[in-house]
Design a protein around this ligand. Structure first.
Ligand SMILES: Nc1ncnc2c1ncn2[C@@H]1O[C@H](COP(=O)(O)OP(=O)(O)O)[C@@H](O)[C@H]1O
Ligand SMILES: [Mg+2]
Length: 396
């Protein structure tokens, strides 16, 4: 067994977790202000695979004995999975998450308190079913949704007040925040609502995290000057490992992986220091033999289907037109007009597909020029085309 995790592992052992000491210390110190009654709101961003989730889970583990901490991944909620993320599904997911956390902690009176709270006139949710000893409210109307939301968002503060003798504060971590973009026109209202409820909480810290970069529009909607959280949000961006870090990391964790100078150079080029790729590729490479540029390059093409699993998944969810746009961009970046011409459609009709491709971070645009933003996806498509003569388009 080596000390390198697979790219899909969400929880790393201490031996597997590398680097990030500064980021962890910074975030933990800031979160600790919660215990003084001035909880922060943190926005943690960084590209897919850079290590946000494992970092958050590590912080959760380290603070768990002092704080009640709930971690939720919005992309794993049933609403999002079924292609329909709604405010209600988010609230139900959050409620679920808290209940699991309370149960894990064996915080005693919570069940009775919860049912009582739910039916007080503040919330007045009538339809409540009992699931495994916990009350689950069933919202019936728009009005119920508002009550449920208020209830769910008030819950952590209430939990703190009930258990302040045992915990220093409460922390809610909301991962894959960017999927909220699916709320479309209702996003802004949702964010302002969220802000209005949480801004008065004295003992609850919030950490939002997403596969975004600080230039993303949703980030400014939240954390920008005009955004729902104004200047109150603390931003942290997690960046890929540097060349030096990757070199030391592999030397320490996987000494049987031996690179020639140009082999390592190629390895870094292929993975761009993104831990997801670094780990997956390192584990798949041959051990105990010297790897030069050519060996690494060949292995990269051979193992692409493994490196790209997540991206292949996303590719499969695109429409035929969206897939076609990506393949058009393989040779070189193009303007919208040029893409429209190749597709034989008007530029106006490309608004929706471009929006989706950019939101999924598969395509990026700079000064009106569109390009594929995931080199690994591009490499996989080129390989597929070379091996099979056609691109792996969806058949319907
Ligand atoms: N600090 C780290 N040390 C070692 N491996 C890491 C580290 N951060 C990330 N990884 C590797 O990258 C993978 C993806 O990390 P993850 O946190 O899921 O990325 P993100 O949430 O940013 O998309 C992990 O499963 C792990 O294999
Ligand atoms: Mg993640």
């Amino acid at each position: 067994m080596d000390d390198i995790a697979w790219g899909t592992d969400a929880e790393l052992t201490d031996e597997q977790f590398y680097n990030r000491d500064e980021e962890i210390l910074w975030i933990k110190n800031i979160l600790e202000t919660t215990s003084k009654g001035s909880p922060p709101t943190i926005m943690l961003v960084g590209i897919r695979g850079v290590g946000k989730t494992v970092l958050l889970k590590k912080i959760k583990k380290e603070l768990e004995s002092d704080y009640l901490i709930c971690y939720t991944d919005l992309s794993a909620t049933s609403g999002y999975q079924m292609g329909k993320l709604t405010e209600i599904s988010i609230m139900e997911d959050l409620f679920d998450c808290w209940v699991k956390e309370f149960r894990g902690r064996k915080l005693p009176t919570t069940h009775k308190k919860l049912s009582k709270l739910l039916t007080t006139k503040n919330y007045g949710l009538k339809e409540i079913i009992d699931i495994g000893g916990y009350p689950i409210p069933i919202p019936q109307s728009e009005d119920d949704y508002k009550k449920l939301s208020k209830f769910v968002l008030d819950l952590p503060q209430k939990a703190f007040e009930e258990h302040s003798d045992k915990i220093k504060g409460v922390i809610l971590i909301i991962d894959e925040f960017q999927v909220l973009k699916d709320l479309g026109g209702r996003l802004e209202a949702f964010l302002w609502f969220l802000r209005s409820v949480i801004q008065n909480q004295k003992n609850v810290a919030y950490v939002f995290s997403g596969s975004l970069t600080s230039t993303d529009s949703i980030v400014s909607k939240i954390a920008g000057g005009e955004g729902a959280f104004g200047g109150r949000m603390l931003n942290v961006e997690i960046t890929p490992f540097t060349r030096e870090t990757v070199k030391n990391y592999l030397k320490e964790k996987l000494p049987s992986l031996i690179f020639k100078e140009d082999g390592f150079h190629r390895f870094y080029e292929c993975t761009r220091g993104i831990p997801y790729y670094v780990n997956t590729f390192a584990k798949l490479l041959k051990k105990d033999v010297q790897l030069g540029d050519e060996e690494v390059r060949n292995e990269f093409y051979r193992t692409l289907p493994f490196l790209a699993v997540d991206l292949i998944n996303q590719w499969g969810r695109l429409s035929l037109q969206e897939q076609t746009i990506i393949t058009i961009l393989i040779d070189k970046p193009l303007r919208r007009k040029e893409i429209a011409e190749k597709l034989g459609v008007t530029t106006g009709s490309l608004g929706a597909p471009f929006k989706k491709l950019q939101e999924r971070r598969l395509v990026k645009s700079q000064e009106g020029v569109y390009a594929i933003s995931e080199p690994i996806l591009k490499a996989w498509l080129v390989k597929e085309h070379k091996d099979k003569g056609v691109f792996p388009f969806r058949s319907t």
